[in-house]
Structure formats: C-alpha cells, structure tokens
Design a protein around this ligand. Sequence first.
Ligand code: G16
Length: 546
Amino acid sequence: LGDGLPTALITTASQAHPKPADQTFTYGTAGLRTRADILDSTCFRVGLIGALRSKKLKGKTIGLMVTASHNPEHDNGVKMVDPRGEMLESSWEPFCTHIANAADDDELIASLDKLVAHFKIDLAAPASVVVGYDTRPSCKQLVQAIVDGLAAFGAQTIDAGLKTTPQLHYLVKCLNTQGTPDAYGEPTEQGYYKKLAAAFLRLVPKSSDVPPLVVDCANGVGAYALTNFIKYLPEDRIAFRPLRTNTTTAGALNSGCGADYVKTNQCLPVGFEKEGLQPGERMCSFDGDADRIVYYYLTGPPTSKDSFRLLDGDKIASLAAGYLSELVQQAGIKLELGCVQTAYANGSSTKYLKQRVPVTCTPTGVKHLHHAAESYDIGVYFEANGHGTVLFSPSAQRKIKEASPSSPAAQTALEQLGALVDLINQTVGDAISDMLLVEVILRARQWGPIEWDGAYEDLPNKILKVNVRDRFVFKTEDAERRLTSPPGLQERIDELVGKYKDARSFVRPSGTEDCVRVYAECAIASELAPLANGVAKLVSDYASLS
Ligand code: G16
C-alpha cells in the first residue's frame, strides 16, 4: 500500500488536519463546498489531489481557488482549475469525493493510491499549483491546509493571494501558455487589468457621456478587483459607482446584495432605494467571487417593487449572441455561433434565441456549459443566474485574425471581433469581463437598458429552496428537467404543471447548498405562486416519505 507515495510525510501532515467524524463531503456543482468550520481536512486533501493532478499533467500548473462564491459568509469551498483555465476534468470528481471522505490515515493513503493507479500518475513528475482566495475570514486557515497538502508532495506552490475566481482561472491559463504562440496574457493581476482595459479601449475609442454604471460588489472580492481595475480605464470612456464594497464587516458578504440575491428575489439589493437611483439608470450586481453578473434598472420609484426590471444571464446571452452574429455577418466570414443554456433559462429567452441560433441545454454548472460551448465556432454560454462567457474556437480565432476584409465595414467588424476575443475572459464566467462586454455592446448599439430589455418579455418565474433531510434522494435526467427519483414525484409535478398556462417546472438537488431547488414559470403572473408553492409542497411531502 502507498508504494511510491510520500506516506510518512502525508500521514504526519494529516495529523494537523483530522477529518471531522460523521461528516460527508461531496464534489458538487462547483467543487467541494460546505460550512467553513468543517472544511480543514478537505482543503488539506484537496492540496494532495492538486499536486497529483499537476503531476498527471507532467507539471503543468493547475489552480485552486478557495471560495464559496454566492453562499453565505460562514461557508467556504474549493474550485479546482485545469491548465487551460477550465474546471477540473470530471472523471476526477468521484476520486475527490472519496479522498475527502477517507475516515483515517490508512483509508486516506489507500484512496490516494487508487487515484494514482487509476490515472497512472508518475509520482516522480513535478507539480505546480497556484492558489487564490476570496475575502472570507476563513480563507487564510484553509489556504494553509491546502499548502500543507501541496508540501507533502513537494509541489511548487504559487501564492496568488486575494483574487476573483476568474482572475485565478486567467492566471492558470497564462502560466501554462506563456512563451508559446497561444500566450493568453501576462500572468499577473496587473496583466489581467491591462489586457481587459486595452481591449475595451480598442472597442470604445472615443470619450462618451454615458452615465456611470452602478455596481453592487456583493461586499466581496469584486470590490477589491473593481477598485484596482478602475485605475486602468480613463473615466471619460467608462465610469463606475461601486456600492456594497465593505469586505471587512463580519457577515456582510452576499448579505442582502450580490447577483444571487438580486436574481433569486428579483429586487434591488437591500438599501439601494436610499442611493438616489434614477429610472433607466444601469445597475449590475457581482456575486461573492465575481464570476457572475446580472444587470437591472428601474422604470419608476425605487420603493415600488413593480418598477424593478431584471436583465439576467439569459438577457446577457441574447444581447451577446445578437451582436456577435451581426459582427460575423458584417465581417464576411463563416462561423457557426451557438448558445448554451440550462433548464433555468426563461422559456421566452430560449424561444427568442432558437429563432436565431442553435441552442443546447445542459445540466447546471459551468463545467457542463463550457464543454458544450466548445462545440461551436463561437459558443455563447450563460446560466440564467449570470454565470457565463463566450468561447471562440482556435479556428475561429485564426479566421478572425487572417481573413482579408472585402470592405471597410468588414475590416471594422473583424477588428471588433479581434478585440472582443481579448476582452472576453474565455476561461470561465467573469463578472468584470462580462460587464465590459455588455457596456461595449450597449454603446455600439446606442442602447440603454430599456432598449436591451425590449428583446423579449420574460415569463413570470420563481426559484424556491426547499430544505429536506437528504437532498441526494432527488435524482434527475434530461439535463435536470425531469426527476427519476423519488418514484412517482415527477408524475405529480406533471399533473400540477398541466393545470397552468404555458407552465414549466423542475426540481433538482443543489450542488452548492444543502437544499433542493424548485424552478417554476408560467404565462400568467397570478398563477406563479400556486404553481411554485405547489411543486415545493410535493417535494417536501415526498422527501419526508423517503
Ligand atoms: C456555482 C456554479 C454555477 C451554478 C451555481 C448554483 O456558482 O458555478 O454553475 O449555477 O453554483 O449551483 P447549484 O444550483 O447546484 O447550487 P457559484 O457562483 O456559486 O460558484
């Protein structure tokens, strides 16, 4: 057992990071995530796994990001980033779960051994891992646990410090491509700002009188990044009014603010009505690690709930898909543009997009959308919650670079596409990069939020959380649109949905929180509450039977 593994080093280090008894950890939608106070052993073990992942890839740098993103401040987690900046290869996920749950040192060594044997990992290979973290108070200690895990394998550890999740993804890709023809950028935080700012200034070359964009930073790391980024952009091109930037008050992170709060509750962040906001003013919210963004505006006084209009990930996808399709056409090149959504996409957005471009539906989680988007020349992927980006395939990027324009208009379109390739963080959804993309398109079209919103009207919709004893009894199929377990529940949901006009509802276990999520939409606003609450009640009833 443990042949070739530095068993003594692992077991000695492991003593400082004992696994809490009676706790089970699961690799979920975005890595391992749960209450921070029980996560120390998991982080130590993620350090061990990270070192092995890099060894498997012959020393390529992988990334570990300590964050629980949209979750409350008392939670934490780790997102694992592969060398091209994408999420950890999914075949490793069950091994992560298994290793995180090993009860003692013997089981830990045995589970590591299994991973090494399964993936035929050369333990003599080098390992390099870059570690970043968000503003949560628990991060420092959890990063130390990761570093202890990495040290047991003698991995080279690069401390990236406080970063947004997309900045960490960017760094990973830059570190692995520097000095190659595919160099993605300078592997520093400053390099990230410079790259985005330079691309933005190519797209918005003249000063503009567009009013400042109000940005809710969720009291998280996005506040730090936006403050740093602003220095790279002349105020006459784009101005910001950052709000909810308090990263030091205990409990403030994501509390009553942030993209998840705004999307779920379909209202302004708490207290925004006192910020002197005007109807038609552009506003947006980041989430806790700045990898999601939603926009919104008011049609009337901020105190009236009816005046709130949400421009969520679906609306961003339609804005981006429409604009990019036009540019491709103007450029006179042949590229297939497609969109990827999940079951949470509003039915109206899917209808709107399907009339224009091919649309694919995947299960929740960037990892699924990202891979599906890679099958298009230009793949626009967005979850309704604001997590998404645009991918340009290597051949699309070549075509954009090498095409000979047939007219001045084609030349401009090609230049704009080239700048967009640089503006968009293609490693993962990125609130800052997506925000710049939206701002570029709105300026190019001379649109405000009202014109953007006019593309289609969302069907009334609701997301509810239901707390159950064991969310894992809920199993899904068909990109999470139907339940296969508990038996009989899907039929009851179908029956209920059938009673309402143009209704749709589905149920799935969350992969980041201990709850089951219910989504419901229908044509008539007054029917939404009975539909959503009715499905939630069915979920509770079946959960208590299982
Ligand atoms: C993560 C994932 C997203 C997913 C969200 C909610 O976001 O990256 O793809 O939509 O969790 O997932 P679930 O419904 O399974 O809880 P974040 O921003 O929290 O990292």
